[in-house]
Design a binder for this molecule. Structure first.
Ligand SMILES: Cc1cc2nc3c(=O)[nH]c(=O)nc-3n(C[C@H](O)[C@H](O)[C@H](O)COP(=O)(O)OP(=O)(O)OC[C@H]3O[C@@H](n4cnc5c(N)ncnc54)[C@H](O)[C@@H]3O)c2cc1C
Length: 400
């Protein structure tokens, strides 16, 4: 196995469990560095909805189906429970260790590797992998060499490269004739050129965000939305980015933000009307006090082009309606994602058309398997990326 992240560790465990002599080669001095920082150090290891293929994306969206069926949520939970890991559920079906410690996940996986007698070599950055008569030969940068009958590449994508997955594994796959799709940052904050929203930086609100993607398609999510010095972030943006970043390649998109999720412009107009009737002498900006975060009011009135001091009793009905529409469908432009250093996953990877969706064996090189983020598969926010890594690792490790 090349790569001691979530996918590589699961591949090594499942390989050893089927009785194969197994070696795990990891470039870092530590296994599972991304698992350790996942979920802010608490590790959102999977999701109640993990078996639903709709949460996974790539050029061939159906590619994930058989792998998800081969190592479904129940098997994942049983696997971790057998290791000693108890899990708890949080919002949106996200599952975490009850100890709230990602370290526990890595410690228990390492314990299992030890039990199974898997040879673990840390600090082995692989720079060359070739087919030989009896199998494969891999060489590390520091001049060491290993041979094996099968080779699993689970070397990750290119997000947060300082954690180990720096694209060198993609080069190994390319050396075998595999091709990679375009790589883009995913689960990532988005940049906005709309300067007038900057005063709202630091504000986190509960909002529904819609994005029209053309041809009648749209992406929609309701959760925390965070205004930042460069644009927007928060759970809802990171989650939407999994679907909208590829579309940003074609040009800017407008987010339609509803600050009153589930409510229509008519309902919000009514709310304003009642508040304004109660305090008609209040200025427009002050009239939002107690309803909206104060730092949002300035940017909203700039967008509306309304004077902040005008008494609400004198605001015409048409302007109240415009304001209600703005509050339920605030157009904020986004132009591009932040870079890979700020992205939780890589959108894109090795073309899945070159890999058997049942076994994850390469169609180009018999005995070569590919797993995890290295492949052109990425999931939504909420534990789906680790589920893909565990499941694809387990399948690749079994070896058909
Ligand atoms: C900040 C952050 C938070 C995240 N939080 C979550 C979360 O809570 N839930 C979730 O589901 N997902 C989360 N993710 C995404 C998830 O961690 C990854 O999708 C998943 O870990 C990918 O697993 P992998 O094994 O395929 O790749 P990686 O974890 O990247 O592992 C690849 C391994 O291969 C090694 N390697 C690379 N090249 C070589 C080489 N040439 N030789 C030897 N070794 C090599 C690397 O050092 C690395 O250890 C998060 C990601 C980040 C960056």
């Amino acid at each position: 196995m090349v790569g001691g992240g979530a996918a590589g560790i699961l591949a090594a465990i499942s390989s050893a469990e089927t009785g194969q002599q197994t070696l795990l080669l990891e470039g870092n001095q530590q296994l599972g560095r991304k698992v350790l920082i996942a979920g802010n150090g608490r590790c959102n290891l999977t999701n109640r909805d993990a078996d639903d293929p709709e949460h996974y994306h790539g050029t061939q969206p159906h590619f994930v189906r058989q792998v998800l069926r081969a190592f479904p949520l129940q098997e994942t939970l049983t696997f971790f429970r057998d290791l000693g890991l108890e899990v708890k559920e949080e919002k949106r079906g996200r599952l975490f260790p009850t100890s709230d410690q990602a370290q526990a996940v890595v410690d228990l996986l390492e314990d299992r590797l030890g039990q199974l007698g898997v040879g673990v070599v840390k600090g082995a950055k692989i720079c060359r992998a070739v087919r030989a008569e009896t199998g494969f030969v891999v060489d590390s940068r520091d001049g060491r060499s290993w041979t094996g009958r099968r080779l699993v590449l689970a070397s990750g994508g290119v997000s947060v490269p300082k954690l180990g997955a720096d694209g060198s594994g993609l080069e190994l796959a390319k050396g075998f004739g595999h091709r990679a799709t375009q790589l883009l940052p995913g689960l990532v904050p988005l940049l906005s050129p709309d300067e007038y929203i900057r005063p709202a930086q630091g504000v986190k609100v509960w909002a529904e965000v819609r994005v029209a993607l053309g041809k009648g398609r749209q992406a929609i999510d309701t959760d925390d939305l965070l205004f930042t010095p460069y644009g927007v972030s928060g759970f809802t943006i990171l989650n939407l980015s999994a679907r909208i970043v590829p579309f940003l390649e074609r040009g800017p998109l407008d987010l339609a933000i509803n600050l009153f999720p589930g409510q229509s412009p008519e309902q919000v107009s009514e709310i304003l009307k009642k508040r304004w009737e109660r305090h008609p002498q209040r200025g427009l900006a002050f009239s939002f006090t107690g309803l909206l975060h104060g730092k949002l009011v300035g940017p909203l009135l700039v967008k509306l082009g309304a004077a902040p001091d005008q008494p609400v009793g004198r605001v015409p009905k048409a302007q109240r309606w415009e304001l209600a529409r703005l509050l339920t469908s605030w157009a904020v432009q986004v132009t591009q994602p932040r870079d890979f250093d700020h992205a939780e996953v890589t959108i894109g990877g090795i073309h899945t058309s070159e890999v058997d969706p049942v076994t994850l064996e390469s169609y180009l090189v018999p005995g070569l398997y590919l797993a995890g983020e290295l492949l052109d598969v990425h999931g939504d926010l909420g534990g789906f990326n680790l589920q893909w890594a565990w499941a694809s690792g387990a399948v690749a490790g079994r070896g058909g």
